[in-house]
Structures are given as structure tokens and as C-alpha cells.
Design a protein around this ligand. Structure first.
Ligand code: S3P
Length: 171
């Protein structure tokens, strides 16, 4: 049986939102994105929130938003790159749904971040060299948490069929 709640996790620019929309469409589920939920609820973009109130407040509100999804059914939730790494969020997702880690080489993430339209507060204002070094180190520090996911898929060439099959084969 396909789980009621599917959490898509992974580093910045790994393609989580697009994958979650595709998986949701295939399953007839609804797709959500915790950053979008945050921006809708607080009427401020994540970048501006970071600037005004700082990361600690963001993490607290992000965790509250995540946990609200525990009341939802038939949803695929794309999370922010840092969501699994704060509080008990990773454990909570594993207890309340199934986690899918979209694994992308950090150098790929680095290239995508430099081209992304949406600015990420954690990486703003860095030179190319600083950014590359930051992304590699930051990714590696988060990897042990991402690896607690139930399912892992390669983010460079995502196969939605493979994700659906893995979800179907869960015990
Ligand atoms: C963050 C990732 C962002 C957003 C915020 C913090 C992070 O989401 O939640 O800027 O800590 O990695 P994306 O992963 O969608 O870029």
C-alpha cells in the first residue's frame, strides 16, 4: 500500500519540488512545499524572513509547518534543504510518513545554485570559490541525516517510475 504521506528531502537545488509534483500527479496525491507553505502562512519570502528575524526563528516555524502536515492525507511534501537537519524533524518524518532522499552530487547543486532564480539566504554574498567550498562542506555535514531516509534516488537523472515502484514495494 502506498503511504499516506511522502516526504521528499535533499540539499538545495536537488529538484525536490519538481519531483514531488510529478510523484503526486502519478499517485493522485496533492503536492506541498514547506517553503511555499511558510511564505503563504507568514506572507513573507524565506529570504526576507531570514534577513529580518534570523535563521533560528525560521527553523522553529519551519518545524511547526512540517508537523502540521501530519494531519494531511495523500500528500507528497517537498521540504527545505535544512528541514530534516533541525529538531526531531527527520525522525518525525520517518514516523509519520515515508522519506525519499533525492541525492545529488554537491558540485551539481553548486552549479544549479549559481543559476537559480530564487536566492537562498544561506549562500548569498559568496564568491564562486567560497560558494563551492561551502556547498561541499555543508552538504557533507547534512548527508548523515539525509541518509536516514527510507528511500534514496539519484537526483541527476530522476526516474519517477523507480520512485513509484520503491513506494509500492515498501513493507
Ligand atoms: C534551506 C533551503 C531552502 C530554504 C531555506 C533554507 C537550507 O529550501 O528552506 O533557504 O537550509 O538548505 P530549498 O532546499 O528548496 O532551496
Amino acid at each position: 500500500m502506498i503511504p499516506d504521506r511522502i516526504y521528499i528531502i535533499g540539499y538545495m537545488c536537488s529538484g525536490k519540488s519538481s519531483i514531488s509534483r510529478k510523484v503526486a500527479a502519478r499517485l493522485g496525491y496533492e503536492a506541498f512545499d514547506t517553503d511555499d507553505m511558510f511564505e503563504e502562512k507568514y506572507h513573507i519570502c524565506v529570504q526576507d524572513f531570514f534577513d529580518k528575524y534570523g535563521e533560528d526563528y525560521f527553523r522553529k516555524f519551519e518545524s511547526d509547518i512540517l508537523k502540521k502536515t501530519g494531519e494531511m492525507h495523500h500528500v507528497v511534501v517537498s521540504t527545505g534543504g535544512g528541514t530534516p537537519c533541525f529538531f526531531d524533524n527527520m525522525q518525525w518524518m520517518n514516523e509519520n510518513g515515508v522519506t525519499v532522499f533525492v541525492k545529488v552530487n554537491p558540485i551539481t547543486s553548486y552549479h544549479r545554485i549559481t543559476q537559480a532564480k530564487r536566492k537562498r539566504p544561506l549562500v548569498i554574498g559568496k564568491t564562486a570559490d567560497e560558494l563551492r567550498e561551502f556547498v561541499v562542506n555543508h552538504y557533507n555535514s547534512r548527508l548523515p541525516i539525509y541518509e536516514q531516509s527510507v528511500i534514496t534516488v539519484k537526483g541527476e537523472d530522476v526516474d519517477i517510475d523507480e520512485i513509484i515502484r520503491k513506494l509500492t514495494e515498501l513493507e
